[in-house]
Design a protein. Structure first.
Length: 358
């Protein structure tokens, strides 16, 4: 007789099994391992729910929500570390002021400055492990190529903040224009691009010198920006005039309009599949994703995905496109091979951003 104990289990007294029993036990364990292995390796998506203060974790293989993480007030932009072990979520204590509320009425609402920060989530345990402070009304967050720096758009302060992750300290800030939102880091890590909704411009920041290098004039109310793999070109969505612009990096110019989307479209999030030569654009109130053939500068398809798709992300292999559908409180998964909806998964209220990862 021998006593066996396990983590989370009570001690048990077991008889030593014979050869046949041991074979059966090994077979049973192998069966369990094979059943669980796909789940352990399943691809995930993380969706920020602005109105619930949570992040929904989605298994994109099974098309099912597998967890909910409470992170803090008004989670919006989110980003994964390069190894996928940390999730960073922008939190804001500024009250939500949707149209038709005026700026003056919004300014009279109480603000919780102590809620501002970047929540850090351990993706292994699906638990928050801390919050990085020192930023004001953060809307989007991006991670540097080496994982050491976070780039954060401070919406109310019209700045880009740079945070040293290891030391939890703000390295510096750069003025970028009023109501900054979209933030992207060029593939080589040299440039940081930030959209300014009120100034109708994109600021191009030198990440090494921490200064503004150039400014590109684009469409009205630019919401998102995405870089090509070589970092020389970026695309910008213009919500107010349904535009998609193309700009040169780092010069900023020439900046030209790639195309105009149909009436009623409100371009929001962008996802680039350079291998397929496609640019995906969520259209907000139009309820769809526009699929753009870049070389031809034309919309080749439009996929209905739900109520007001905002955030958008492409799986690493390009096989799935994910949209967070604001008031719809759900995530839509699009099969990019067939350009059809593969499934919709319930999330939390005000699903805002989405990021795909391992």
């Amino acid at each position: 007789m021998r006593t066996v104990t396990g983590v989370g289990a009570f001690p048990q007294t077991l008889s030593t099994p014979g050869p046949a029993a041991r074979f059966g036990l090994r077979a049973a364990l192998l069966t369990v391992w094979l059943a669980l292995a796909p789940l352990a390796e399943a691809a995930r998506a993380y969706v920020s729910n602005e109105d619930d203060g949570t992040v929904t974790v989605v298994d994109t293989d099974r098309l099912a929500a597998v967890g909910t993480i409470a992170v803090g007030k008004r989670p919006r932009g989110l980003a994964l570390s390069r190894d996928g072990k940390r999730l960073y979520v922008a939190l804001s204590g500024l009250p939500k002021c949707p149209p038709p509320m005026t700026d003056a009425d919004c300014a009279r609402l109480p603000r919780d400055t102590g809620a501002d920060g970047i929540a850090v989530v351990d993706t292994g345990t699906l638990r928050p492990i801390g919050t990085l402070r020192g930023v004001s009304d953060p809307e989007r967050v991006q991670v540097s190529e080496d994982g050491r720096t976070l780039y954060v758009s401070e919406e109310d302060a019209a700045r880009l903040a740079m945070i040293d992750v290891a030391h939890a300290a703000v390295l510096g800030t750069v003025a970028v224009g009023r109501e900054p939102e979209g933030v992207r880091v060029s593939p080589d890590g040299r440039w940081v691009l930030v959209t300014s909704e009120e100034d109708n411009a994109v600021a191009i920041i030198d990440a090494h010198k921490r200064i503004r290098h150039a400014t590109a004039a684009v469409g009205q109310r630019p919401r998102d920006v995405v870089s090509t793999p070589d970092g020389r070109t970026a695309y910008v969505s213009g919500e107010a005039d349904a535009s998609v612009f193309r700009i040169a990096v780092p010069a900023g110019s020439p900046a030209t309009q790639l195309l105009q989307l149909r009436g009623g479209a409100r371009p929001m999030g962008l996802a680039l599949d350079a291998r397929a030569g496609r640019l995906y654009v969520s259209t907000g109130r139009a309820g769809s994703v526009a699929v753009i053939a870049i070389a031809e500068a034309r919309v080749v398809a439009e996929v209905a995905v739900g109520v007001r798709p905002w955030g958008i992300a492409l799986a690493e292999d390009g096989a799935q496109l994910l949209t967070a559908n604001g008031p719809g409180a759900d995530l839509t998964v699009v099969d990019t091979r067939t350009l059809s909806v593969a499934g919709r998964i319930g999330t939390g209220r005000g699903s805002w951003g989405v990021v795909a990862g391992p």
